[in-house]
Write a protein that binds this ligand. Sequence first.
Ligand code: NDP
Length: 462
Amino acid sequence: MSEFDYDLFVIGGGSGGVRAARLAAGLGKKVAIAEEYRLGGTCVIRGCVPKKLFVYASQFSEHFEDAKGYGWTVGKSEFDWGTLVANKDREIDRLEGLYHRGLENAGAEIIASRAELTGPNSIHIKATGQEVTARHILIAVGGTPNPHASLPGHELCIKSNEVFHLDTLPKAIIIAGGGYIAVEFANIFHGLGVETTLIYRGKEILSRFDMDMRRGLHAAMEEKGIRILCHEIFDRIERGADGRLVAHTNQGKSLVADQVMLALGRDPNTDGLGLEAAGVETGPKGEILVDEYSRSNVESIYAVGDVTNRVELTPVAIHESMCLIDTLYRDRPTSPDHDLIATAVFSQPEIGTVGLSEDDASKKFDELEIYRAEFRPMKATLSGRSEKTIMKLVVNAEDRKVLGAHILGHDAGELAQILGIVLKAGCTKDDFDRTMAVHPTASEELVTMYQPSYRIKGGERV
Ligand code: NDP
């Protein structure tokens, strides 16, 4: 008889928590997982999955326009927001059901309640008032949108949690931020016919990406009709007499819209979690500080995913959990590999990227070869759409290793996955050169850029 109620108690039923609970239970461990809202977490319930469904919905307006050049006459088209939301909700319900069944089939106990730490091995279950004990506790509670509480009128704004359940589609929206969420939703709303403004504090959107991708996407979005204001922030938000919102900016503008959305990053969800009671140390954003095996300073308590503020991406949380299970229960200490994580921005066009940007690589390596192609995608020829695809390889001149691969264009996210494998395998530019092209595709450019477009030496373009 164990001295604890559970071998593993997981707090948080998102991507990271569910994977850990399911694997541990599958290995015969006694596991409970507590979730206060819905199983699936941010990614499934109000993040990646519903967002991608919205992206698909928003692309039809361009598909209908593009059809004409290919000989199609598309009848009068109409969009119904209520239908999209209801159908999306049905799909999310289905996925949540799969999460439930996966856990149950593995033998994990699902506790539909908030759970808080009361000590290094003890947890308080809010719904029942019960206190339970566990040999190991995994905190996988994720993050929550930054509310920007210092902004007067912030309570009038929506964030990524509410955007999936708006009663009506706004006629006009202003979105603050220049990261993944702001950029993706600006494209979604624009595609659904909403007058869309993006307001960003920096000089160019998507600060963590290669400058060619940033500039290229900015230009493409403006060309479509999305208004982008850089070097600008909100001073305050008010509700006007007509019920619409007025956003006053630091540049003296007063922008009117039906919704204002804040997409200003996410904070770890650690408030009120009982971390102090258990003695768990946190960092400046409230994130749980962990070692390379995802262990906190308290020996029995681990944390994975967004709550640790390492890399806020679903597959990273899942990977961290899988490593943790190897470490704890398979006698195979494994630390998560955070190097060369491929990622996509589901803007329109998409960005797919892996590895170093030109700027970051130029700070680390003496000499770079930059291969860059910019061209009109084939589909745009007959549709007449003016759009550009950009492909770029950042190569270390010394050993020809490809350090970064960046794509702006259709299906760039799909390509990023393959490029992730290629860079992880340590491929050189010579490997790209001796790879036969697949014709006619956009991605054949990746293996036919034989000469560098330019070089970077000592940080300078030559
Ligand atoms: P990001 O970190 O991507 O972007 C936050 C944006 O808000 C940045 O442009 C930042 O500016 C700006 N910002 C932060 N604080 C302020 C402030 N006080 N005033 C004005 N602007 C501010 O966060 P998101 O909220 O977009 O997304 C959260 C995370 O979720 C992402 O980091 C990503 O990891 C994940 N995600 C991934 C997706 C995907 O894989 N496709 C999709 C959506 C989210 P600056 O750049 O100048 O710091």
